[in-house]
Design a protein around this ligand. Sequence first.
Ligand code: NAG
Ligand code: NAG
Ligand code: NAG
Ligand code: NAG
Length: 228
Amino acid sequence: MGITGMIYMVTMVFSLIVLILSSSAVKFDYFQFTQQYQPAVCSSNPTPCKDPPDKLFTVHGLWPSNVNGSDPKKCKTTILNPQTITNLTAQLEIIWPNVLNRKAHARFWRKQWRKHGTCGYPTIADDMHYFSTVIEMYITKKQNVSEILSKAKIKPEKKFRTRDDIVNAISQSIDYKKPKLKCKNNNQITELVEVGLCSDNNLTQFIDCPRPFPQGSPFFCPTNNIQY
Ligand SMILES: *[C@@H]1O[C@H](CO)[C@@H](O)[C@H](O)[C@H]1NC(C)=O
Ligand SMILES: *[C@@H]1O[C@H](CO)[C@@H](O)[C@H](O)[C@H]1NC(C)=O
Ligand SMILES: *[C@@H]1O[C@H](CO)[C@@H](O)[C@H](O)[C@H]1NC(C)=O
Ligand SMILES: *[C@@H]1O[C@H](CO)[C@@H](O)[C@H](O)[C@H]1NC(C)=O
């Protein structure tokens, strides 16, 4: 083999290694399907929402996550092509609005796809699949948290709830697994801001959400007096 052959060989082997490395999936343990309560998002944000919020839990994102807390982020540089999801936008605007700025839904979707969606491979094949999976979970599989709470007679009436009432109501709809709650204190009132529903890393079954916010965290939900 001459020098050209050597160079050729080395180049091929090197390319193969790069190919294998770049196509290998990032490891993650589970998915957290995070939904946010619009009025609480607006009241806890430093800049007010441009439009009045609806009293609904809508999608924040579907997040590949790790039990030890170091969640994968921005795993690929694939930019969301808005054309790809044109046939989903009507549904996405309802279930996944940019609550802070309703004129910029696509910006929110793009960020969620880049930061979280790109890490869901191989369960999540591509951008189209990321968004259609979320639509399926929220609508077809009835993981709409507003609906789940409402079925358990917990309506958004700005009443003070116990953490157990909220957790138990949600658990009933997710095979008795534990959701992850996020609260925020706003002028002495603790508001329920987000609910996470967790599934294994192939989205086949619900699991207890790992890593609840610990006491002392600004997002900890106390035992009593959670407003929803
Ligand atoms: C989780 O923690 C373990 C050890 O503490 C580490 O080996 C592993 O790489 C971590 N996972 C991620 C995705 O960082
Ligand atoms: C949207 O279009 C893609 C092909 O671009 C197709 O696979 C998918 O089924 C369509 N989805 C809906 C909801 O029509
Ligand atoms: C989610 O549930 C709420 C409360 O039942 C309902 O008003 C809303 O329309 C539902 N959203 C979708 C997209 O089904
Ligand atoms: C999904 O993952 C769970 C645990 O991570 C595993 O027990 C199950 O067999 C997997 N199911 C499929 C269809 O791969």
